[in-house]
Design a protein around this ligand. Structure first.
Ligand SMILES: *[C@@H]1O[C@H](CO)[C@@H](O)[C@H](O)[C@H]1NC(C)=O
Ligand SMILES: *[C@@H]1O[C@H](CO)[C@@H](O)[C@H](O)[C@H]1NC(C)=O
Ligand SMILES: *[C@@H]1O[C@H](CO)[C@@H](O)[C@H](O)[C@H]1NC(C)=O
Ligand SMILES: *[C@@H]1O[C@H](CO)[C@@H](O)[C@H](O)[C@H]1NC(C)=O
Ligand SMILES: *[C@@H]1O[C@H](CO)[C@@H](O)[C@H](O)[C@H]1NC(C)=O
Ligand SMILES: *[C@@H]1O[C@H](CO)[C@@H](O)[C@H](O)[C@H]1NC(C)=O
Ligand SMILES: *[C@@H]1O[C@H](CO)[C@@H](O)[C@H](O)[C@H]1NC(C)=O
Length: 863
């Protein structure tokens, strides 16, 4: 009865309540445990069928307690459950395979399950299926699941309601274990069933070999683990009832990358579990008694590898367990081979005979750790094959487990820690560029000195103005004393106002490079006290108003919603960027205001608003193909100037159709520089947290977090397809393959049938040569790798060529109509509409972190 001494009276009660096989089988301390235990009764065995009114018995004999019987583990403020009547199950629910999916508990606030556990590793198994509910739509629920130390799921959602989702973890617990369900703001969380079950101590040891094979990695017990895949190689599905630890093993066929070379074998002799080695708990008989071996290939080259390929999430390290058992040889010493992981040596010359004490049919397993840095391709390739010098041409694999290890954020999903802090690559890079940092530190010190000197000389009334810019921004502005902050036409008129204004403004000398300084009063007058009626757009930054200055000049006034750090950063970036830039195809900054903690930017007014509104989603007159080409050419010029026109080059980072604005003559101008970055000088890229808008985001940038101007080229390629096809770049309502415009367009382009999906409104007028040239350019922009994408200069050239081809075709086909046609193209001026827009207008393409479509992209920072 020694085992009972471990339990406090409370845990005793709880256990009495929840785990029916209680102490009758509980492991009792015996002087010497049997060498190969073939069955295991978990000391902690919490099985909960959430939301269920009665207990649920599975076909493997395990009983899940009902919701009410387990409510003492749960701390929540609400009591919302949903379930489906067993008799009127819809097809989809009944086919989601497990009765555990038939009921669920829903949480609209943070809720916590707490269990008393024995210290050690525990299986944590979670079941999710978005059942229908009158109030909550579970297919759009987004939530985080975490323990006290580890994030298991970050902004997770289950959009597919055709099958249940099962997640399996191994977490080392101390005396208490808690599981927190945290809905994303405005959403809810749910769970259908929970298992928290002890795992035997010997299941995962504390050390494993590294790949490539050169050292031992210790401290595995410090990681939380998630089972990505468990394969019964060469055998059938093993369900929990066939396994010693209620695990599921899948057949390897879908992952076998070279099935032609593999032969399935099945052993007939009983499996031996050698002392001190594998046990039936590590893997049952049924795993070791089937395998894949190298097929006899007397005719062809007998030297090849058996290969399995498993898709995994990048930027995580993986614990890989391989199971071997020589069930084929007639005599020992016949199996001797190499194990490779992702092309690197995992085990060199694995000799099963020596590993198993010279016995055949003996179980053996080996553990390898593949570091995240070696998971480069979103997949892990596992290979077994003959050694170079051997003429045995034999290799075998019986079982395979691929297990994800928690990362530096102690997370198994994304880069956010349990306290919500971001532990992403930006931080690691910081160390690498410490040298650069030091230099920057010196510059910062110098800057501080200047601030200090300025502080000493501060104007007496500085406090009244409450302005942060006078202390932060001028450092930069002082060097650039260019006064030309105006766009082409009306510059002379405007600059006269500015000069007169300047003389009155105490800010004058600081801000010559930054455009005019406005007072809050001036802008209130311009917008009738920021009247809602003058709002012409809402963006991530805040609202955009139309206003008229005293001289009648129309301006767009973008007012930051609050002083968040991100807001201040973007505000400053935008001012600094725009102060460096003057171009016909970039929106000009007229001035700004930072009085009274306001962050307001004043731009030239763009009468025709965002390009997107002229392509779809509003009832503005359609643009002709030629107009679209001219607009794209204008935007390309603007971007080309950004990339090459300034001494350093600038990356926009948020190229999209809502950031391309049209003036009264339909001249395109690129806007919104809040995210822009100076292009790198030396190493060719900037390492930075991923920002931008979904649907336009360069996948390579997303993967590697290295920003180059080619990321803008990618986004511009998406813009080109958007202009051509007149549909949103992400449209979650469409069938899966159509959701992303970039994928869908490339799909048809590869088939050579892009005309199938182009905007019907222009389909007839587009000349096929022009279209071909245009799509060619767009396609190149979307190349997988940045290096394969053209520069903006090339794109520009191709678009101009496409325009020429269109003009040539128009002249040939419509000789009489030519002049009429040209007039028609000029029409936009008279179609000017009342509801005009400006920079930063409504951005529906912006998706925040973990939206249902992209929940797996954990490290995206939504704006
Ligand atoms: C659902 O299951 C039934 C029987 O179990 C099967 O006949 C049917 O094809 C399944 N439907 C789907 C959509 O998988
Ligand atoms: C739940 O939301 C999804 C996605 O918006 C939608 O397709 C589905 O119809 C909604 N379901 C219910 C029951 O409202
Ligand atoms: C669990 O963690 C503790 C402390 O980190 C360690 O001592 C113990 O060996 C671990 N247990 C297992 C089964 O990994
Ligand atoms: C799994 O267990 C069931 C029931 O115990 C049995 O009928 C079946 O043969 C087993 N499958 C394997 C592959 O061992
Ligand atoms: C097996 O794969 C490894 C790594 O991918 C490779 O180095 C080796 O040459 C391959 N062996 C054979 C016989 O093809
Ligand atoms: C992977 O490598 C990095 C850097 O070498 C190291 O800090 C980290 O601990 C390694 N991860 C594992 C799981 O060994
Ligand atoms: C990456 O994966 C693709 C497809 O899965 C494969 O063709 C390619 O060879 C892989 N590259 C490397 C370096 O493993």
């Amino acid at each position: 009865m020694g085992g009972e001494m471990h339990f406090s009276s409370l845990s005793y009660l709880l256990l009495l309540l929840i785990s029916f096989p209680l102490f009758s089988h509980a492991q009792v301390d015996t002087p010497k445990p049997p060498p190969s235990p073939s069955s295991y009764t978990p000391p902690d065995n919490y099985l909960i069928d959430c939301g269920s009114s009665g207990k649920t018995v599975l076909d493997d004999g395990r009983t899940f307690k009902s919701d009410s019987d387990t409510s003492n583990f749960l701390k929540t403020n609400e009591d919302i459950v949903t379930s489906v009547d067993q008799n009127i199950l819809s097809d989809t629910v009944s086919n989601s395979s497990s009765p555990l999916f038939r009921s669920a508990r829903i949480f609209s606030e943070v809720s916590l399950y707490t269990f008393i556990t024995k210290p050690g590793r525990h299986w944590v198994r979670l079941y999710f299926f978005p059942l229908p509910h009158q109030l909550y739509n579970l297919t759009v629920a987004i939530f985080t699941v975490q323990t006290e130390k580890f994030v298991l799921l970050h902004e997770f959602s289950v959009r597919d309601n055709s099958k249940g989702v099962f997640k399996e973890y191994l977490v080392n617990t101390t005396g208490r274990f808690s599981l927190q369900f945290k809905p994303k703001k405005g959403s809810c969380a749910f769970v259908n069933a929970i298992e928290v079950v002890s795992a035997p101590d010997q299941l995962i040891s504390d050390s494993a070999s590294s790949v490539p094979q050169w050292r031992t990695i210790n401290g595995i017990s410090n990681y939380a683990l998630q089972v990505s895949l468990r394969l019964n190689v060469g055998g059938p599905v093993l369900s929990p009832k066939n396994d010693t630890l209620s695990r599921t093993w899948l057949p390897d066929t879908p992952f076998n990358a070279f099935p032609e070379g593999a032969k399935t074998v099945m052993g007939s002799k009983p499996i031996i579990y050698p002392d001190g080695g594998a046990t039936p708990l590590i893997a049952p008989n049924s795993v070791y008694s089937t395998a894949e071996v190298m097929a006899d290939s007397e005719t062809t080259n007998p030297n090849f590898n058996l290969t399995w390929e498993v898709n995994v999430e990048q930027s995580f390290s993986y614990f890989i367990r391989m199971h071997f058992c020589d069930i084929v040889s007639q005599s020992p010493n016949d199996l001797y081979f190499n194990v490779y992981i992702n092309g690197m040596m995992g085990v060199s010359g694995l000799d099963l005979t020596t590993k198993t004490g010279g016995r055949l049919n003996a179980a053996y397993y080996t553990d390898l750790v593949l570091n995240a840095t070696a998971v480069t391709n979103g997949s892990i390739k596992i290979q077994v094959g003959p050694t170079v010098d051997s003429n045995l041409h034999k290799a075998i694999l019986n079982g395979l487990e691929v297990i994800k290890m928690s990362n530096e954020a102690d997370s198994l999903d994304g880069l956010f820690a349990v306290d919500g802090s971001y532990k992403g690559p930006g931080r690691i890079k910081m160390k690498i560029v410490a040298g650069v940092g030091l230099a920057m530190g010196a510059v910062a010190l110098l800057g501080l000195a200047i601030v200090f000197v300025r502080w000493k000389k501060r104007p007496k009334d500085w406090k009244k103005k409450q302005s942060f810019s006078s202390w932060l921004l001028p450092l930069h502005a002082c060097q650039s004393t260019r006064g030309g902050f105006l766009s082409s036409k009306s510059s002379s008129r405007r600059s006269s106002i500015f000069s007169s204004r300047k003389s009155k403004s105490t800010h004058s000398s600081f801000f010559t490079g930054l455009g005019r300084f406005f007072t809050v009063t001036e802008l209130e007058r311009a917008t009738q006290n920021f009247d809602e009626k003058t709002v012409i757009g809402v963006g991530g930054f805040g609202k955009v108003y139309i206003g008229a200055l005293e001289d009648g000049t129309k301006v767009a006034i973008k007012r930051g919603s609050n002083g968040s750090e991100q807001g201040i950063n973007e505000f400053q970036t935008e001012i600094q960027m725009l102060s460096k830039l003057r171009h016909r195809h970039l929106v000009s900054l007229v001035g700004f205001c930072d009085q009274q903690q306001e962050m307001i930017l004043v731009y030239e007014y763009m009468a025709n608003g965002p390009l997107r509104d002229h392509i779809y989603g509003s009832n503005k007159p359609t643009l002709s193909w030629k107009q679209r080409l001219e607009i794209c050419i204008g935007a390309a010029r603007g971007l080309h100037y950004l990339h090459t026109g300034t001494s350093q080059g600038i990356i926009h980072r948020d190229v999209k159709t809502t950031n391309i604005l049209l003036d009264e003559n339909f001249v395109a101008k690129v806007s919104d520089f809040g995210l822009s970055k100076d292009a790198p000088m030396d190493q060719g890229y900037v390492s930075t947290a991923v920002k931008g808008s979904f649907g336009y985001l360069d996948p390579e940038y997303f993967r590697r977090q290295q920003l180059t101007e080619k990321s803008d080229v990618y986004s511009f390629g998406v813009v080109l397809f958007e202009v051509l096809c007149a549909r949103p770049v992400i449209c979650p309502k469409l069938p899966k393959e159509q959701v992303s415009l970039a994928d869908w367009a490339m799909h048809w382009q590869r088939k050579g049938m892009i005309e199938k999906i182009i905007d019907p409104a222009i389909a007839r007028a587009v000349s096929s040569e022009s279209l071909r040239k245009y799509v060619e350019a767009a396609e190149k922009c979307l190349a997988e790798h940045g290096v394969d994408r053209p520069g903006m200069g090339d794109v520009l050239w191709n678009l101009e060529y496409a325009l020429q081809l269109q003009e040539a075709a128009t002249q040939i086909h419509l000789p009489e109509d030519k002049s009429a046609n040209l007039i028609a193209f000029k029409k936009p001026g008279e179609q000017r509409s009342e509801d005009s827009h400006v920079s930063g207008a409504t951005d529906d393409s912006e998706v925040t972190v973990g939206s249902p479509v992209f929940h797996q992209m954990g490290n995206f920072q939504g704006r």
